[in-house]
Structure formats: structure tokens, C-alpha cells
Design a protein around this ligand. Structure first.
Ligand code: GRG
Length: 304
């Protein structure tokens, strides 16, 4: 089996995703400001037009190409996934959740504006994601049935059986030691579900057959969990300057994490094993795995 790795390739894929998705999100920020007036529109643009690593975007675009997709319009699907992610970050940072001041190296939305505005912005980003996705399907000339499938995947991943459910469990568990199975459920929900959906959406946009989409989903499920384990490690081992968000928050809020359960080194080993396993799903399905292996390797060795 090919080792996950290829850091240079991963960095190239991320840079490409950043350039294309940032441009689209800049245009959407302008557009939503004409729809949502005043301070809320300004805050919406602030939250949407923001510098992320674009890991989810790179996963959409690379999954698409891995199963034969060729259109540059796939960047618009990636932008829709990043819009749901942007919503989650705005709400995650609110005082009623993680209560954070710093995100992507700048003040969180409720700090730059205020809590009611940031709360509205988070909710508004969900229908914006719907608009971005619908435009993406038009750009890709996909039939409405495929748009329906993509929307169903994306919003289910963002909902109670995915991101919202995982975050809910996470909040409820603060100050309580979770068993490993519970911790896996939190991580798969709050972080893994959207990452898995990113990969599946790439397959749907390419109109890949069901076995290929399932293999992408299995890859995404494993790298999604690996991503959050790596996040736990970074929270425990990095500085806020390196991360662009507050470090050391998990210990301060007595959150259960992989680092708490396994320690830093074993958590790293677990994340690397998941990355390997993820690539194995692609190989078993005969999907060219090089670029997705590079991204899996990046996800578990990243520094921010
Ligand atoms: C109503 C209970 C309830 C929840 C609302 C807020 C929310 C839904 C879910 C939170 C999901 C969340 C923020 C999980 C953490 C995921 C994570 C590790 C984010 C950081 O991702 P990166 O490193 O960030 O890709 P950038 O900034 O690079 O995009």
C-alpha cells in the first residue's frame, strides 16, 4: 500500500483549493451583503470571506478528480462545504459554546461584532450554503436529482446526526471523563461528518457509481476522525500564534480528548493508522489514491 505522504503535493492541492474557493467566497460575500443589509450583512461577509486552510475544499476537489471528475466548477461545491464549516466556526466560538476570542488569526465574529449579530450570521450561513451549492450544481450542469443528493449529504452531515449532534455531546460532556467509544462518537459527529460529506460530495459531483462513492465515504470517515485527533494533539502541543486560534482550550475546559485518553504520542500513532486505513478503502475499490493519500498524510502531520 502506498504510504500517506507527499507533503508537497498536499500543500499544492490546498493552495489551489484556497485560491479558487477564496475567490468564490469573496464574490458570495459581496452578493450576500446586497441581500442582507447593514451590520449583519457586514458580519456575514466577515465570517464568509475569511482565511481558512481549506482542507475540506481540497478533499471535495481531490475526491472529484480521483473518480474521474474534470470540471473546474467543482470549486463551487467546495465553497458550499466551506460555508457550512464557516457557520460551525462562528457558532462554536460563541460564549455559550467554546467562548473564544481568536479564530483564523483574527477576532471571532462575535468579538468583531457582537453576540446577537454572530448568532444570526451563523444561522444565515446555512441557507447561504444552500444557495452556493445550488449554483455549483448549475455550474456543473448536474441534474436536479444530483443536487438533491448533494444537499441531503451536506445538510445531514451538518445536522443532528452529524456536526450538531457531535457538538451537543461534546458540550454535555464537559468536565466528565468520556470513554473511548463516546469520544469517537463526539469526534465523528462534530468534525468527521462534514469531512466525510466533503469526500462524498466530490464523488456525487463526478456522478461516480455507488461503490466509488462508498469508498470515498469510508476514506472520509477515517480521515475525519484522524483530523480531530490531530486537532486534539495540536491543541495540547501548539501555541495560539501557530494555530490562529486559542491553544490549550481542551485542558482548560476539562474536555475529554484523545490526548487525555491516550497521551500525545499514542494519539499521533492512532491518527496515522486511521490515515493509512482511509487510503486502504480507496485502493480496495480501485480508486487512484495518490493525491488523497497525500491529503490524509497532511491531515495527521499538519502544524496548524
Ligand atoms: C447547536 C449544539 C449545536 C451545535 C452547532 C457549532 C456547531 C454546530 C458545531 C461545532 C463543530 C466544530 C467547530 C467542530 C470543530 C472542527 C474543527 C477541528 C475545526 C477546525 O477546522 P480547521 O482546522 O479550521 O480546518 P480552518 O480555520 O483551517 O478552516
Amino acid at each position: 500500500m502506498r504510504e500517506p505522504g507527499g507533503r508537497a503535493e498536499a500543500l499544492f492541492l490546498l493552495q489551489e483549493a484556497r485560491e479558487r474557493v477564496d475567490e468564490l467566497l469573496r464574490a458570495w460575500s459581496e452578493r450576500v451583503r446586497t441581500i442582507v443589509p447593514g451590520r449583519t450583512g457586514e458580519a456575514l461577509a466577515y465570517a464568509l470571506n475569511t482565511p481558512g486552510k481549506r482542507v475540506r475544499a481540497a478533499l471535495v476537489m481531490t475526491s472529484f478528480r480521483s473518480v474521474g471528475g474534470v470540471s473546474p466548477a467543482i470549486a463551487a461545491v467546495a465553497a458550499a462545504v466551506e460555508t457550512v464549516h464557516a457557520y460551525s466556526l462562528v457558532h462554536d466560538d460563541l460564549p455559550c459554546m467554546d467562548n473564544d476570542d481568536l479564530r483564523r488569526g483574527r477576532p471571532t465574529t462575535h468579538r468583531a461584532f457582537d453576540v446577537p449579530t454572530a448568532t444570526r450570521v451563523g444561522f444565515l450561513l446555512v441557507p447561504v450554503a444552500g444557495m452556493v451549492l445550488a449554483q455549483a450544481a448549475r455550474d456543473l450542469a448536474l441534474p436536479e436529482e444530483d443536487l438533491g443528493r448533494m444537499a441531503s449529504e451536506l445538510f445531514a452531515a451538518g445536522g443532528i446526526e452529524g456536526m450538531v449532534g457531535g457538538q451537543w455531546l461534546d458540550l454535555e460532556a464537559e468536565g466528565r471523563a468520556l470513554g473511548r467509544d463516546e469520544l469517537v462518537a463526539v469526534h465523528r459527529g462534530k468534525t468527521g461528518a462534514l469531512i466525510r460529506a466533503a469526500c462524498v460530495l466530490g464523488g456525487l459531483a463526478a456522478q461516480a457509481p455507488s461503490p466509488a462513492r462508498q469508498a470515498l465515504g469510508a476514506y472520509g470517515r477515517d480521515v475525519g476522525l484522524a483530523f480531530q485527533i490531530a486537532d486534539d494533539v495540536l491543541d495540547a502541543t501548539s501555541t495560539s500564534e501557530q494555530l490562529g486560534k486559542s491553544a490549550g482550550k481542551d485542558a482548560a475546559s476539562r474536555k475529554s480528548t484523545y490526548v487525555g485518553v491516550l497521551g500525545v504520542e499514542s494519539a499521533r500513532v492512532e491518527a496515522a493508522a486511521l490515515a493509512q486505513q482511509a487510503v486502504g478503502h480507496l485502493e480496495a475499490a480501485g480508486i487512484p489514491s495518490g493525491a488523497l493519500a497525500s491529503l490524509a498524510g497532511y491531515i495527521v502531520t499538519r502544524q496548524s
